[in-house]
Write a new protein. Structure first.
Length: 344
């Protein structure tokens, strides 16, 4: 099992220890470091800033919000960081949800799978640099010809010759159709709330994508980099209490009340009644109560909490389920060293 350091996105203020964490991850054999974005800090700036101190770690995004950049702008950022890192970049993409896409970016949300397919096709045209980049749309038209344009747009190749003609693309996907799409057109999957208990279900969706004509990978060459809260502790109850507010936010507060893809993940796990109650409490301002009603079992489904023996055993369970990398968020260099020892 490989480990990745998930730095996530910033809260109200920038973190003060991420440079230390990245250095420890590099020292103790982690495979990668990942950054995220929501509607505050972006993913690329911290990744380049702290990634500049590294020599070996892969530098990934988990995830870039697809609507935040045009596909060519994303491809430009990716080929730039790939050059600067000596070919260590991973582009992790996700569609987010309508509340953010339309409310923050002012973009249309419908048909997210079709948009994802077009977006990645354009990025790969940029990196291949075999011909001027074109796209017939309907979501991204290059050159632009729609109403209101001058008609003077020209198909272009990137000025910079990419270091790699095919930079790895991973998809953050939660629903069955999006997971199948990841297996078909991407190089890896970035599940946020993964549970080994549903591995057979995930494999069914992945196999659908692998079986499609033109699929890029097989199961043997495809990566599953799953976010995993791992807490080494002799006091599990305190750890559960610390994790539950995070779950309550994603289960009850992300997206709109009737369109929350994270909540649907927990419904598929069998927690529909919990999701309904958490959502009602969270959206009425009773956030502490929303967290408190989440059962420990729901935490255990997508996290590992316990002593070193228990954590080591559960890492084996995740590996047997097909996960190739666990993305963890330790708070100190000492925690990073301890986690690294558990995977050796």
């Amino acid at each position: 099992m490989k480990l990745g350091l998930q730095l996530g996105y910033w809260g109200a203020q920038p973190p003060n220890n991420h440079r230390e964490l990245v250095a420890a991850a590099e020292e103790h054999g982690f495979d990668a470091v990942f950054t995220a974005e929501a509607w505050g800090s972006d993913a690329y700036t911290p990744l380049a800033w702290w990634g500049s101190d590294t020599q070996r770690l892969r530098l990934g995004t988990s995830v870039l919000q697809l609507s935040a950049r045009t596909p060519t702008a994303c491809a430009m950022a990716a080929l730039t960081l790939d050059h600067l890192s000596g070919g260590r970049h991973i582009v992790g993409l996700g569609v987010s949800g309508p509340q953010v896409v339309e409310g923050w970016y002012g973009q249309r949300f419908p048909k997210p799978l079709a948009r994802t397919r077009e977006y990645i096709d354009i990025m790969r045209q940029v990196w291949a640099r075999e011909a001027p980049v074109t796209s017939g749309g309907p979501h991204y038209t290059l050159p632009a010809t729609q109403d209101g344009t001058t008609g003077l747009g020209k198909a272009l190749k990137p000025i910079v010759h990419p270091l790699r003609p095919d930079i790895p693309v991973f998809l953050g996907a939660e629903g069955p159709k999006n997971i199948a799409l990841a297996a078909e057109i991407a190089d890896g999957w970035l599940p946020l709330f993964y549970t080994p208990r549903l591995a057979d279900q995930y494999n069914e969706w992945l196999d659908e994508g692998f079986a499609r004509p033109g699929a890029r990978n097989t199961r043997d060459t495809f990566e599953i980099c799953a976010t995993a809260q791992i807490v080494l502790t002799d006091d599990p109850e305190a750890a559960y209490a610390a994790i539950k507010p995070f779950l309550a936010l994603y289960m009850g507060g992300m997206g709109s009340e009737d369109t929350n893809f994270h909540a649907e993940v927990y419904r598929r796990m069998g927690y529909s009644d919990v999701v309904d109650e958490v959502t009602a409490l969270f959206r009425s301002g009773r956030k502490d109560e929303a967290a408190q009603i989440i059962p420990n079992e729901a935490v255990d489904d997508s996290a590992i909490v316990g002593d070193e023996t228990h954590v080591r055993e559960q890492i084996g369970v995740w590996e047997q389920a097909g996960v190739t990398t666990m993305l963890v968020s330790p708070g100190s260099a000492d925690e990073i060293a301890r986690l690294a020892n558990l995977t050796r």
